[in-house]
Design a protein around this ligand. Structure first.
Ligand code: DUC
Ligand code: ZN
Ligand code: ZN
Length: 461
């Protein structure tokens, strides 16, 4: 048998090129690309379909400790299954170091949750919430050397935020050991001040989540994070950018010579602050940070996607059940926006939304879709060219898309552990129909082909 799997007759796209060819897969890797007439253990007819690199979602929260009484709606099994059905073959969730916890303990615990449960490959970012001398001097360098080469830091949330001195010290470790830093940019003191004002005025509905985190809160923190990166001399990743003023800050920093990678997410293209004002506290379904803005900011984010300002399009999948005492409607969250857990599900709908709204509506071409959905994630986080492209020698991680298939998003058809989708009722043209992970057909014509446990952990250089 020449190939284990042959994918015939499809249109292949990478971030550089679009062409018609077959793909031969052997031992989990792409062995040949061209007009291939050879024996194969399995053949997929991809005529009329696009064959794309499997999606890489580099911003996903799964089983992350989320405060007393609050439970994330996805574990590794449901989260990676949902990712798979959304055309992904790798996701990058966050391994949270809780205050007082060692990095090693956090990593071991998180591996325990992932092991044997994944439908996609996974690789962890760390979240550093307690940058003690021991953490910065020993634990973090050791983790980076072990292959945990990226971490996120927060400028907001009491139990996560780092002050400027802590950010600088953490950035210095990243520079010394060559790690990649992602920053959640929102000014916590400004948010606290605005929350107190809103509460004093009795303004505590979900809509207040957006008005206590206005654009300036994000723009100022982004400027500060980039300035601190400049002071320490590191490249920086600004995650989940929601608006035009922040994009302008990023553009200016780049013009000064700083290396800034920028990410946006579907919620900033498809939702607005008006969604948080939905009746009967349903606005809680859309509470995420930074919050969705307005139509003008959506347009600014689309422009950033088209112009190349944004390198990454990620889901920021951070799922909580809506109608549940451990989710959005927890006893306190059902009465005050301040206690609604921040985050929305989206790992399965990220790529269909970008395909339908982006490629389908001629806002971006297929090469840019591939760059935003897979290749740039692999390049940014040290997985390229093993992942994120279609070339001989790369892992055979492939998603076969039917560009003409139209279906409306309903949560009942999705595969995550939440009880809603923020995109209920959105009509999508273009869905992944089959997904291949390292040569194994995981999903075929919309049907799961395997049990959990095929996904592996990816250590990075
Ligand atoms: N930041 C994230 O990146 N995800 C969800 C919540 C948050 O604040
Ligand atoms: Zn964040
Ligand atoms: Zn996130």
């Amino acid at each position: 048998m020449t190939y284990d799997l042959l994918i015939k007759g499809g249109t292949i796209a990478t971030d550089q090129d679009i062409f018609d060819a077959d793909i031969g897969v052997r031992d989990g890797r792409i062995a040949a690309i061209g007009r291939l007439d050879a024996e194969a253990g399995d053949i997929i007819d991809a005529s009329g379909k696009y064959v794309l690199p499997g999606g890489i979602d580099s911003h996903v929260h799964i089983s992350q400790p989320s405060g007393e009484g609050i439970v994330m709606a996805d574990d590794f099994e449901s989260g990676t299954r949902s990712a798979l059905f959304g055309g992904n073959t790798t996701i990058m969730p966050f391994c949270l170091q809780q205050r007082g916890q060692s990095i090693r303990a956090a990593i071991e615990w998180y591996h325990g949750l992932a092991a044997g449960n994944c439908y996609t490959d996974v690789s962890f970012h760390l979240i550093i919430s307690d940058p003690t001398a021991q953490v910065l001097g020993q634990e973090l360098p050791a983790a980076v050397c072990d292959g945990y080469t990226s971490f996120k830091v927060f400028m907001t949330y009491d139990d996560l935020r780092l002050n400027d001195a802590e950010l600088l010290a953490t950035f210095d470790v990243a520079r010394e050991f060559g790690a990649t830093v992602m920053v959640h940019c929102e000014n916590e003191d400004a948010i606290k001040y605005l929350i107190a004002k809103h509460e004093a005025a009795g303004n505590v509905t979900p809509a207040a989540h957006a008005t206590t985190r206005p654009v300036a809160v994000e723009r100022e923190a982004t400027h500060r994070a980039m300035s601190l990166a400049e002071i320490t001399g590191i490249p920086i990743v600004i995650v989940h950018v929601s608006n035009g003023a922040t994009i302008e800050e990023i553009t200016r920093a780049r013009q000064r010579g700083l290396t800034v990678t920028a990410e946006t997410c579907p919620q900033y293209l498809m939702l607005t602050a008006a969604d948080l004002d939905a009746a009967n506290w349903e606005g809680a379904k859309y509470v995420c940070s930074p919050p969705p803005r307005d139509a003008a900011e959506q347009a600014a984010c689309w422009k950033g996607i088209q112009s190349g300002t944004f390198d990454l399009f990620s889901s920021d999948h951070c799922p909580f059940r809506y109608d549940s005492p451990d989710g959005k409607l927890n006893p306190k969250g059902a009465r005050n926006f301040r206690h609604i857990p921040n985050g929305i599900p989206g790992v399965e709908t990220r790529l269909p939304i970008l395909f339908s709204e982006g490629v389908g509506k001629n806002r971006i071409d297929l090469k840019r879709f591939v760059a935003l959905s897979a290749t740039n994630h692999a390049r940014t986080y040290g997985l390229y060219p093993q992942k994120g492209t279609i070339q001989v020698g790369s892992d055979a991680d492939l998603a076969i898309w039917d560009p003409d298939h139209t279906r409306t998003i309903h949560h009942r058809d999705l595969h995550d552990g939440s009880d809603y989708t923020p995109y209920e009722g959105l009509e999508i043209t273009g869905w992944p129909v089959s997904v291949i992970l390292r040569g194994k057909v995981m999903m075929r014509n919309g049907a799961l082909q395997t049990g959990k446990g095929e996904g592996r952990y990816l250590y990075r250089k």
